[in-house]
Every structure is written in structure tokens, then in C-alpha cells.
Design a binder for this molecule. Structure first.
Ligand code: SAH
Length: 342
């Protein structure tokens, strides 16, 4: 698919087809604008015939707009696979949450995305396509972007699809492309330790955030199978390394599950664990997922937990839950959305 290519690869592609190189610029522009092939007016129909099989079609199948303005997008790819994304509007700009896999194989107990396992990885171009199509849908273009920030927090585990995700990071942050700085991109991971080191060593500078959700390995293993492979200590060491290499502070997501990890004692344990680290904690009251028995902490408990972290000098915020009425909140994105009519 042509969105997997950077500008010089597009040039090579066009040259290999026996076309003049200026066609590459025209083609690249059309791709960045998320145009459908039949909307490109400056390319001949014989050229379009040659590229038709490689050219992506507009991937937004459906969108749902929440009362708070958050928009959930349903994207459909050429093989019919479906993923979801969410656009959140803030004062400073618009953040798009993109998916990196169809399904997920991490199997976290509280999350909808992995309920049917992993179907397949998304290619770099398919991840980029979500950004470009939403930018167009919101009336943006390359100079006047309507997607200013990206979070890799949709369906899938980004570091379980390392090669495609890092290729996407290069494409999306390229000044020949949509040019969204890596400083405005956040990668969220359940903690695939070796890949965190690799990301740092390869010179990426995205914001890193870890889905922690527990303060010791035993409790973490109960809700996150990946915790059997990597300990919290190993994760913290990888984060410190990432900070040393990149200078980027890191973050932790902590979903508060009623009666399981939301006590003041848990807050104290979390504060002790993170003491002195250049990091921030994002608390998310667990969002409802159909078919899961766990429930979220209430407001009072969440506030008490937050206050405890703050008075222990931990930089923490409570994540505003956006888009819950359209099942667009954290952990609610899933593959078979259409069949289930949600
Ligand atoms: N696989 C990556 C990216 C997913 S990001 C990761 O684990 O970080 C989605 C975030 O939402 C993660 O922090 C995830 O743990 C969290 N999450 C999943 N299910 C949730 C739920 N039901 N309520 C609140 N947060 C949830």
C-alpha cells in the first residue's frame, strides 16, 4: 500500500513504472490529503490504472459523536478488517487516539480490545491512514492540521508491532509528510521491556507511558498476563534508561478497579514505588466493558487516591473520561463493533 512509503520510496515506485518523477510529488500530495483515487485530477487515467491496486481508499466507515464532542471513528481497511480510533478536542489542539493492531494478544482482564485475541498487525501505512483520514474529515490539510497530537492508545499493543509502529513514527513525523513532532506523540505500552530499550537506542523521542494498574508483581499478574514475563522493577529500569537516553519524562496509567487496587494503602505503595522518578501518573477510573466483571472506583475513592499521591509529592492527574457514551473511552475499543451494534 502506497502509504507505507516515504517520499523517496514513492519516487522510486513512480520511476519503476516508467513515469516522470514529478508525478511522484503529485501522488505524494494526494496521499497526504487522503484523497480517493478518483478525486485526483492531475494524474492521467492510464497512470491511475497502473497504481490502482496499491492506492488506499478512504478508510472512515462510520463516526459517532459524543455529547462532549469526542468523536469515535470506525476505520475499515482493504481486507475488510475494522479498528477504532477516537478524536478528543482540547484547547491546545486535537488528539487522535489510533489503533496499532486488529485485536490484541496481551489479554488484560479489564480491556475490550483483546477479548477476541489478535487478528493481525496494522501496517505503518494503515496507522498513518487513520491520522490522514481524520485530518481530512475534520477539514484539515497539511499546512493547517486538525490532528495536532497522537496517542497510540487505541486497539493493540504498539510494541508488539514494533517494526510497523516505528516506521509509522518516522512517516508521521517527517517534515516531508504531515510533520507531527514526536514530542506530540505518546506511545502507551503494557510494558514490553526489551522493546522500550530498543526504542530508546534507535533514537525515538516520543512520550512513553506504561499501563501499570498495580503496585506489585503478584497483583499485576492477576490482571495483566504480560506481568509474568516482565517485573515492575524491570519496567522501571527500562523507563529510567529511556529518560537518560531521550530526556523525555515518562508516565504511568493506573486504572482504578473497585476493591482491588484503589485503597489508600495502594496509593501509598504506588507513591513509594515511584518516589523520585521523573514521571507522572494518570488515574483512570476503570471504564465499563460488557462481559467483564470488574468495576471502576467511585469518585470519592478516586479523589482520595489522587489526593494521597499528591500529598506524597507524586505528580498525578485524574484522566477526564471522554466519549464513554459512545464506548470510545479507554479499554472500550474493540474489533467486532458493527456486528454487536454498539
Ligand atoms: N496496549 C497498550 C495500548 C492500549 S492503551 C497499553 O496497554 O498501554 C489503552 C489504555 O487503556 C491502557 O492504559 C489500558 O490499560 C487502559 N484500559 C484498558 N481497559 C480499560 C478499562 N476498561 N478502563 C480503563 N482503562 C482501560
Amino acid at each position: 500500500m502506497l502509504l507505507d512509503f516515504n517520499k523517496s520510496e514513492i519516487k522510486e515506485y513512480v520511476t519503476a513504472l516508467g513515469e516522470p518523477t514529478f508525478r511522484a510529488g503529485q501522488l505524494f500530495d494526494a496521499l497526504l490529503q487522503a484523497k480517493n483515487i478518483d478525486e485526483i485530477s492531475n494524474l492521467s487515467s492510464s497512470f491511475k490504472d497502473k497504481i490502482a491496486n496499491d492506492y488506499p481508499s478512504f478508510c472512515i466507515l462510520k463516526k459517532l459523536i459524543s455529547q462532549d464532542g469526542t468523536t469515535k471513528y470506525i476505520f475499515k481497511f482493504l481486507d475488510g478488517e475494522i479498528v477504532e480510533g477516537v478524536l478528543m478536542k482540547y484547547k491546545y489542539g486535537n488528539t487522535l487516539c489510533v489503533s496499532t493492531q486488529v485485536g490484541c494478544r496481551m489479554g488484560c482482564a479489564f480491556c475490550a480490545s483483546g477479548m477476541n485475541g489478535l487478528k493481525r498487525n496494522l501496517s505503518a501505512g494503515e496507522i498513518l491512514q487513520q491520522v490522514l483520514c481524520v485530518n481530512r474529515d475534520q477539514g484539515g490539510n497539511i499546512k493547517n492540521r486538525k490532528v495536532t497530537n497522537i496517542v497510540l492508545m487505541g486497539m493493540g499493543e504498539p510494541l508488539d508491532n514494533y517494526d510497523n509502529v516505528t516506521k509509522f513514527l518516522k512517516l508521521v513525523s517527517s517534515n516531508e509528510g504531515i510533520n507531527i513532532s514526536q514530542r506530540n506523540i505518546t506511545l502507551s505500552t503494557c510494558g514490553l521491556v526489551p522493546k522500550i530499550y530498543q526504542l530508546a537506542d534507535e533514537g525515538f523521542t516520543v512520550n512513553l507511558t506504561i499501563s501499570l494498574h498495580a503496585t506489585n508483581d503478584e497483583n499485576r499478574q492477576k490482571i495483566m498476563p504480560v506481568a509474568k514475563s516482565y517485573s515492575i522493577e524491570q519496567i522501571l529500569n527500562a523507563c529510567k534508561y529511556y529518560f537518560e537516553k531521550t530526556g523525555r519524562r515518562f508516565g504511568f496509567e493506573y486504572a482504578l478497579v473497585a476493591g482491588q487496587n484503589d485503597s489508600i494503602k495502594d496509593a501509598d505503595n504506588l507513591a513509594s514505588l515511584l518516589k523520585g522518578l521523573p514521571c507522572m501518573v494518570n488515574l483512570i477510573p476503570l471504564n465499563y466493558v460488557k462481559g467483564k466483571k470488574l468495576s471502576g472506583a467511585n469518585e470519592k475513592q478516586t479523589k482520595a487516591f489522587l489526593d494521597r499521591l499528591l500529598c506524597r509529592n507524586i505528580n498525578a492527574t485524574k484522566r477526564r473520561t471522554m466519549g464513554a457514551d459512545i464506548s470510545g473511552a479507554c479499554g472500550q475499543l474493540r474489533r467486532k463493533v458493527l456486528e454487536e451494534g454498539s
